[in-house]
Design a protein around this ligand. Structure first.
Ligand code: SAM
Ligand code: SF4
Length: 356
């Protein structure tokens, strides 16, 4: 299926690599950004087919293919790679997918990653379909926090967006995760014509469940033709919509350096109620980017918005040493771009393969 490129609203030029501080530290890039956080996609499979991520049309047209089992990193390989990152200073690992809970043995993987010396936080992003039964085992294995994707509170619309999703199951999963003592955030991709009338309700529902709501600006990946840029709801509109009902928002607590890209806001008249917005398109956070992404087949991507990658799996499977892995990681970090240029050039890779 042909990819339709959206009109350019962000044509910020690339800064050439080579500017900025080069410290000799493999996890400091040429723009002096320090990598603190590794996202690991543990599978390219999913039990849902969300329209913005892995639309069924894309799959049926042959625009998406799955990797054979032999291509996917084993738990031992993931552990080996995480151990090298931990030695280099990474303290937080997020397991994502595809859908991480469909990977057989996911609880064991969490336990293994949580035991890697130096790793302080193992967290996960999930669609929540299997979470009700997994929340306690995941917590016992060492998971501390979980993000659950919920774009709507209307069961019929949820089914339309996800093709095969089950909203009551997902909400039960959120409740089970909160009851298990996990820190829970919800993720909704904010889109006109899909969930624009539910932004306030999504926040109120998350707060009532003991979770923190978050919104993600739609990014033109995975067949961006499905949505055009006029459907994206910007961070500014999201804030304004909340303020019309709940009064002014103020920036929430100081950011943790290991945190992800969301910016957090709190209700001025009830500061315990926070919401996060991942404003990838309209309010860049590339200058503060602190993360790398490892795909299920072991490709290390320095930026979500570019296709360059270095295969750590090939280093391991060709008998490479720890030093070879460090060299490959340093290569990926030194090539990390200044920022994405989504609107000018959407990456060829799919969200399902990289994990958000
Ligand atoms: N399956 C898990 C889930 O749905 O949470 C983890 C993987 S999913 C790719 C990670 C996150 O990316 C989800 O919160 C999803 O809503 C978001 N996402 C997927 N496609 C997106 C897109 N085109 N733009 C913005 N966010 C997207
Ligand atoms: Fe699957 Fe998550 Fe993508 Fe939906 S957003 S298709 S649940 S990987």
């Amino acid at each position: 299926m042909a990819r339709v490129h959206l009109p350019v609203v962000d044509a910020r030029p690339e800064r050439p690599a080579g500017q900025g501080t080069v410290t000799g530290d493999p996890l400091v890039d040429t723009f002096a950004r320090r990598i603190r956080y590794l996202r690991v996609s543990v599978t390219d499979r999913c039990n849902y087919r969300c329209s913005y991520c892995m639309p069924e049309t894309l799959e049926k047209s042959g625009g998406l293919s799955f990797q054979p089992r032999s291509a996917i990193l084993s738990f031992e390989e993931i552990e080996q790679i995480v151990a090298v990152f931990a030695d280099l200073g990474v303290r937080k690992v997020r397991l994502t997918g595809g859908e991480p809970t469909v990977r057989h043995g996911i609880v064991d993987l969490v336990r293994r990653v949580a035991r890697v010396p130096g790793i302080e936080q193992v967290v996960m992003t999930t669609n929540g379909h299997l979470l009700a039964d997994l929340a306690v085992p995941l917590r016992d294995a060492g998971l501390t926090a979980i993000n659950v994707s919920v774009d709507t509170l209307d069961a019929g619309r949820f089914r339309e967006i996800t093709s095969r999703g089950d909203l009551p199951r997902v909400l039960a999963g959120i409740d089970a995760a909160v009851a298990a003592g996990l820190r829970v955030k919800t993720n909704a991709v904010a889109l006109h014509g899909i969930n624009e009338t539910e932004l306030v309700a999504l926040c109120e529902d998350a707060w009532a469940r003991g979770a923190t709501p978050r919104f993600i600006e739609h990014m033109p990946m995975s067949d961006g033709a499905l949505y055009d840029s006029s459907q994206r709801i910007s961070a500014a509109v999201i804030r304004r919509t909340l303020e019309e009902v709940h009064g002014p928002l103020v920036p929430a607590e100081t950011r943790n350096p290991d945190a992800g890209p969301a910016r957090y806001w709190a209700l001025a008249n009830d500061p315990a109620k926070e919401l996060g917005i991942i404003s990838a398109m309209t309010e860049h956070f590339c200058d503060d980017c602190n993360r790398l992404r490892l795909t299920a087949i072991g490709e290390l991507h320095a930026c979500l918005g570019h296709d360059d990658a270095v295969s750590l799996r090939d280093v391991i499977r060709s008998g490479g040493s720890r030093e070879d892995l460090v060299r490959a990681i340093a290569g990926a970090v030194s090539g990390k771009r200044a920022g994405h240029v989504f609107e000018a050039k959407a990456p060829a890779k799919h969200m399902i393969g990289i994990g958000g």
